[in-house]
Design a protein around this ligand. Structure first.
Ligand code: SF4
Length: 320
């Protein structure tokens, strides 16, 4: 499959006319990060690609990283959770779907946003995706009122990209190697340009993988800026899965790459890699979950601001 490159985004409306008040979005604004809250509802279990650094098998209440949730919830449960959370924590300004799989590979994502648009119009709707389905579903998310979009883009060069992804599954076909990356890359670039053209504010997350893309992220920065991305968030890789033997990048390395990319596009430097079920103001939420009474049989999700009241009741058998 030959990837076709989208045109550079000369008419981009994304960075020029953002639809979102970013001053109270904790994932876009440094000033907002410790002042305002977000609620991530874990309605999206499936993923359509396999990144070599990603593992989503565990539901550990003490682990604080993307891809982790105590359980997956339905749109109905998500609405109840949002209702409860915004009533107790008025600083919550953002509703996000950030996994634990890919938001766009799961229809409950769209349903949840569409319902939240009616009931909680005051919340900014924010979605994270690997971008594979972005051109196909851009109308759906636009209609559902998503205005802040995060796309994880780790490479723009096939020689580097093929090292990062084990496979990509699209329309019932599984792609591997360079062909898989070519497809993902084409979809990401088209999706980014289209989202920016519609006035969504696009943040690009890039996972910094030492020895794989650490010298390449400058090129990523240039490309995504040209297509209309507003901000970039470079996230140090956690050594997991196939990349478990690659050491985590040092703070000095992360800062060096952020500084280089910062010459090209604005950098967000406060992200601490939230869980897919994080709720509250970053840093105050007690990492989302803790053990409730009868923890061996059942656990409860109890962010600190909920005053000890469970918002989600967890059973040991709940799938993720
Ligand atoms: S840690 Fe990252 S994902 Fe979590 S609120 Fe901050 S910027 Fe958003």
């Amino acid at each position: 499959m030959e990837p076709t490159e989208p045109r550079p985004n000369s008419e981009c409306q994304g960075s020029c006319i953002p639809k979102v008040d970013l001053s109270n979005h904790p994932c876009y604004s440094r000033a907002a990060h410790f002042r305002f809250g977000r609620i991530h509802v874990p309605v999206a279990p499936r993923c359509n690609i396999q990144c070599n650094y990603c593992i989503r098998k565990y539901a550990c209440p003490n682990e604080n990283r993307p891809g982790v949730t105590m359980r997956v919830i339905s749109p109905d449960e998500a609405m109840n959770t949002i209702r409860d959370a915004v009533a107790k924590e008025p600083r919550i300004r953002v509703l996000g779907v950030a996994g634990p799989g890919d938001a766009l590979a799961n229809d409950p994502t769209i349903e949840t946003f569409a319902r939240a648009k009616e009931e909680f119009p005051q919340l900014t709707r924010c979605m994270s995706t690997n971008g594979l389905l972005l051109p196909d579903r851009i109308d759906d998310i636009d209609r559902a009122g998503v205005t802040a979009l995060t796309i994880t883009i780790n490479a723009v060069d096939p020689a580097i990209g093929e090292q990062i992804y084990a496979h990509v599954r699209y329309k019932g076909v599984t792609y591997r190697g360079r062909e898989a990356f070519a497809l993902l890359h084409r979809q990401q670039m088209e999706g980014l340009r289209e989202a920016a053209m519609r006035g969504m504010v696009v943040k690009v997350n890039s996972v910094l993988i030492p020895g794989v893309n650490d010298r390449h992220l400058v090129e990523v920065a240039r490309k995504v800026r040209d297509l209309g991305a507003y901000i970039m968030n470079i996230i140090p890789m956690l050594p997991l899965a196939k990349f478990k033997d690659i050491p985590e990048p040092s703070l000095a390395d992360v800062n060096r790459v952020r500084n280089e990319c910062g010459q090209i596009i604005q950098q967000f430097r406060n992200c601490t890699r939230c869980r897919a079920d994080a709720i509250g103001v970053p840093g105050e939420e007690g990492s989302g979950c803790g053990a409730g009474a009868g923890a061996a049989k059942e656990k409860t999700c109890t962010p600190k601001f909920m005053g000890g009241k469970a918002i989600v009741r967890l059973k040991p058998t709940d799938p993720i």
